[in-house]
Design a protein around this ligand. Structure first.
Ligand SMILES: Nc1ncnc2c1ncn2[C@@H]1O[C@H](COP(=O)(O)OP(=O)(O)OP(=O)(O)O)[C@@H](O)[C@H]1O
Length: 296
């Protein structure tokens, strides 16, 4: 699989302040990578370094196997920044035209608007656009050059629920069409939903890099719940792979590393068990737990 981004041992200081410390990873074609970390973790700094907008204190980055300032790379990269741009006294359509003119093979403006979902609002002066409309315009600008890789920095902040839903559907379709996506967001349920891979920045380094399933296996246990009239001591006698959290009027809650095995252990009494439910922590819960651990 082609590696589109290679970040090799990136460190970054701002003055005395260490922000990134030996960060390395590769991003492959077609992946949707979710970069997560607390406020100030260095997500935007890392994106800026990958894009060549900032330089690392040490380490190096390549995009499409070239240096990130190589001219041939520019046409293949689309970026949706967090902040709005300086030009605000022109219409959205004019802004998109301006950006299109910088690319060799831009998408038609109607296609760009279809992707961004701005409709007639694209003709509004940028100054008069709402926060959500500006986000959509930012997405339009990111897509203007028909990029192979899209960097999305907090793309849905300020978007209403329907717009978010449509936005992520669009991103999913772009991914299915072969685009590579690198996204940061504090809306972790959205990252959990969209990303094929999570990179978790913590204490200036990569704490975790892998699939959501791997992340859950590493940082969380499963909860197995069920109802039964069997007395507690009988149930406990069967279960060896989990610990009983509560037995509340016949509703049992076990925490376990291996929910499949726990269910197998219950097989002798399974006919007397009802409403079995297995759950795992969400990305949001895992994130909060990992952050809490760091404070202790
Ligand atoms: N140009 C700069 N000069 C000095 N410090 C900077 C600069 N840019 C970023 N920083 C600092 O680097 C750290 C990382 O900032 P960055 O914006 O990369 O974090 P982030 O993970 O994107 O945060 P957020 O989730 O809040 O957007 C912060 O402490 C920030 O104050």
């Amino acid at each position: 699989m082609a590696t589109i981004v290679k970040a090799n041992n990136i460190s970054k200081h701002f003055g005395q302040k260490l922000v990134l410390d030996g960060v390395s990873f590769g991003i492959h074609k077609g992946e949707i990578v979710g970069l997560i970390g607390e406020n100030g973790a260095g997500k935007s700094t890392l994106i800026n370094i990958i894009l060549g907008l900032d330089s690392p204190s040490s380490g190096h980055v390549s995009l499409f196997d070239k240096k990130n300032d190589d001219k041939s790379v520019k046409d293949k990269v689309g970026v949706m920044f967090q902040d709005s741009y300086g030009l605000s006294r022109i219409r959205g359509t004019e802004m998109v035209e301006l950006v299109r003119s910088h690319f060799a093979n831009p998408l038609p403006i109607a296609t760009i608007n279809e992707l961004a979902g701005l409709g007639p609002d694209m003709r509004t002066m940028v100054l008069k656009m709402s926060g959500g409309q500006r986000r959509k315009l930012n997405f339009a600008l990111a897509m203007a050059g028909d990029p192979d890789i899209l960097f999305l920095d907090e793309p849905t902040a300020g978007m209403d629920s329907t717009s978010r839903y449509e936005f992520w559907n669009q991103v999913r379709q772009l991914s299915q069409a072969g685009k590579t996506i690198f996204v940061t967001s504090h809306y972790l349920e959205e990252i959990e939903d969209i990303a094929s891979r999570i990179i978790f920045l913590r204490n200036h380094q990569i704490l975790f890099d892998g699939t959501m399933a791997n992340l859950k296996n590493r940082f969380t246990k499963s909860i197995v719940e069920f109802d039964t009239r069997k007395p507690e001591k009988e149930i406990i006698a069967y279960v060896h792979t989990g610990s009983l959290d509560s037995d509340n009027q016949g509703h049992y809650t076990f925490t376990t590393d291996d929910p499949d095995k726990l269910i197998q252990e219950l097989v002798p009494v399974i006919s007397e068990i009802q409403h079995i439910k297995i759950t795992q922590n969400t990305l949001d819960q895992i994130f909060r737990e990992v952050m809490k651990e760091g404070q202790n």
